[in-house]
Design a protein around this ligand. Structure first.
Ligand code: ATP
Ligand code: MG
Length: 572
């Protein structure tokens, strides 16, 4: 586990002591305000899930798991204009991948359209809702401001019968989009503008992914959400801070409708990450304007992007746990996420050999046409991971920057006349440097010590450097994609400029002509390994036999640890 405290502008409770929401749930159970916890995650299927959603999922579903309760997945599909089946499928796949199973408890706000309609009729009958013919702009204008009360709509005092008739005709499709809306009749002078006769239903002649053309009026989020919670018996409806001002309305609707249970809403601060945008609207622009390969591009903060990048779900869960749950807004350094993921990978990822920028080594005293298999441990951090054999031969590839013809004082790797260890194989000494007509080094002619097989010398001599290598006769060519932050700026779009101006032009670097050890040809998509000395890598879904493609998940450099050592961030 990562032991670091989160970066935050307020003081989040350390996870081992729970957080303020877990404290509320624990108290509600202890004091009998609820018998068992029921939570939900309510995505709107208008985009892919991102790391912020992962935090919301881990919070709501995690609490239900920890307190022995239940959790529901509910699609908040009240806006047919922006919602698509592609998103629905991706959201389900991503939540399963994160490690949660909602079993049969999959719901949709659209499951409740009929019930919600009946409750709207109940409100009209109780004289607590009316059909308003004002346009959207006029409604905004009549609503007033934070300092001025709103004005009543001229249609506010329609009779119950007239409202019932108009609302039925709205449903029957007699009016065009925008002709009228249904509003709650609460208080046009309320201090909370959300209480100034909020809109409950609007007309939208649009086909819905699930209900097709059955409806041409759709409930607003405010009218659908709390009532859906009540229908499902949700006890703790956990959402982000932008809903705080809606809580009064949430409670008013629950109080004024014959709902089967009384849910309560709790708010926490959204997760924000440096060098990252998490608004779906912005992510959609990044995708639609072609700045990335798609929603699942390895540079995207989406769960499908992080998966393609090679992040294990345990790493994401560990990260959102240490990031913590806060009451007020916070931005976490992206390095902290990388640290949590690296921590998991260091323990779990098998080691492999790959050479990204190959330089030929010929071992002149190794018999021509001969090869052998050397035994290499799969993970020095985990002896139970065992070992594998890797073919070794007379011609090898090493990393070009592991050699210097004229090395400075602190360069300990290969140089003319110098001996180094080839990991798990032999010691070699560079005898001769071959260059092409342009003076570029194209080959190193070396000799080896057969007595050092396995990587140790019987006389105990120890070279200062150990290099990774790939046999030229057995190595498999590969493309490797190196990823950096998608945005150069820690806070993209924070100033006047468009956030897209902060795009990092070097966020993807494609290396062709890399060589990897033969076992990597069979590595399945979804498995992340450490290319020794280089970083963590995983096969990309674009990878195919004969045309391998790997993504760099992370380098080995732990910049978060460095930031902490420098005290460059505030810890709670
Ligand atoms: P938008 O990008 O328009 O703000 P959204 O991310 O809120 O949309 P939803 O599908 O409504 O999209 O989100 C589902 C749930 O995830 C909501 O309850 C929301 O509070 C939560 N959520 C969204 N973004 C974050 C975030 N950055 N951190 C934590 N929770 C989040
Ligand atoms: Mg939202």
């Amino acid at each position: 586990m990562v032991s670091s405290a989160p970066v935050s502008t307020d003081t989040p409770s350390p996870p081992e002591h729970g957080d303020f929401i877990r404290d509320i749930v624990a108290a509600d159970l202890r004091e009998g305000r609820c018998q068992s916890v029921v939570t939900r995650f309510p995505p709107e299927p208008n985009g892919y899930l991102h790391i912020g959603h992962a935090q919301a999922i881990c919070l709501s579903f995690g609490i239900a798991e920890e307190f022995g309760g239940r959790y529901n997945l509910r699609f908040d599909d009240t806006n047919p204009m922006k919602e698509e089946q592609e998103y629905i499928d991706a959201i389900e796949a991503d939540i399963r991948w994160l490690g949660f199973d909602w079993g049969k408890r999959l719901y949709h706000a659209s499951d409740y359209f009929e019930q919600l309609y009946e409750w709207a009729v109940d409100l009209i009958k109780a004289d607590k809702a009316y059909v308003d013919d004002l346009s959207a702009d006029e409604i905004r204008d009549y609503r007033g401001t934070l300092t001025e009360p709103g004005r009543p709509s001229p249609w506010r005092d329609r009779s119950v019968d007239e409202n019932l008739d108009l609302f039925a005709r709205m449903r029957a499709g007699e009016f065009p989009d925008g002709a009228c809306v249904l509003r709650a009749r609460i208080d046009m002078a309320a201090g909370n503008v959300n209480m100034r006769d909020p809109v409950l239903y609007r007309i939208l002649h649009a086909s819905h992914p699930r209900t097709g053309d059955a409806w041409c009026i759709y409930p607003t989020y405010d009218f659908a959400h709390g009532q859906s919670d009540a229908i499902e018996g949700i006890t703790h409806s956990i959402c982000t801070l932008e809903f705080k001002d809606h809580r009064e309305l949430y409670d008013w609707l629950i109080e004024n409708l014959p709902v089967p249970s009384i849910p309560h809403q709790y708010e926490f601060a959204r997760l924000n990450l440096t060098h990252t945008v998490l608004s779906k609207r912005r992510l959609l622009r990044v995708v639609n304007e072609g700045h990335v390969r798609g929603w699942d591009d390895p540079r995207m903060p989406t769960l499908s992007g992080l998966r393609r990048r090679g992040f294990p779900p345990e790493g994401i869960r560990a990260f959102v746990t240490v990031a913590g749950v806060a009451r007020t807004g916070k931005t976490v350094e992206v390095e902290m996420m990388e640290h949590a993921v690296r921590d998991v990978l260091n323990r779990t990822a098998q080691r492999r050999f790959a050479v990204l920028d190959p330089l030929k080594v010929v071992i002149t005293d190794y018999p021509e046409g001969q090869s052998e298999e050397v035994d290499v441990p799969n993970n020095p951090e985990d002896p139970s991971a065992g070992s594998r054999t890797v073919p070794f031969g007379r011609e090898l590839w090493i990393e070009r920057d592991d050699f210097m013809e004229d090395p400075p004082r602190k360069f300990f790797r290969l140089a003319p006349g110098r001996e180094v260890r080839l990991r798990s194989a032999y010691f070699i000494t560079c005898d001769e440097v071959v260059k092409d007509a342009a003076g570029r080094v194209v080959e190193l002619r070396c000799s080896y010590d057969p007595a050092t097989r396995g990587g140790d010398a019987p006389d105990g001599r120890r070279p200062k450097a150990t290099l990774h290598w790939v046999s030229a006769a057995h190595g498999v060519p590969a493309e490797v994609r190196l990823y950096e932050y998608l945005f150069r700026s820690p806070h993209p779009g924070a100033g006047e400029a468009d956030f897209l101006d902060d795009l990092n032009p070097d966020s993807e670097k494609v290396l062709r002509g890399c060589v990897v050890e033969p076992s990597l040809a069979g590595l399945p998509v979804g498995e992340t390994v450490q290319f020794e000395r280089l970083g963590y890598f995983c096969p990309d879904p674009d990878s195919a036999p004969g045309a391998l493609v790997f993504n760099r998940t992370l380098t080995l450099r732990d910049t978060w640890a460095k930031l902490q050592a420098q005290g460059r961030h505030d810890t709670a």
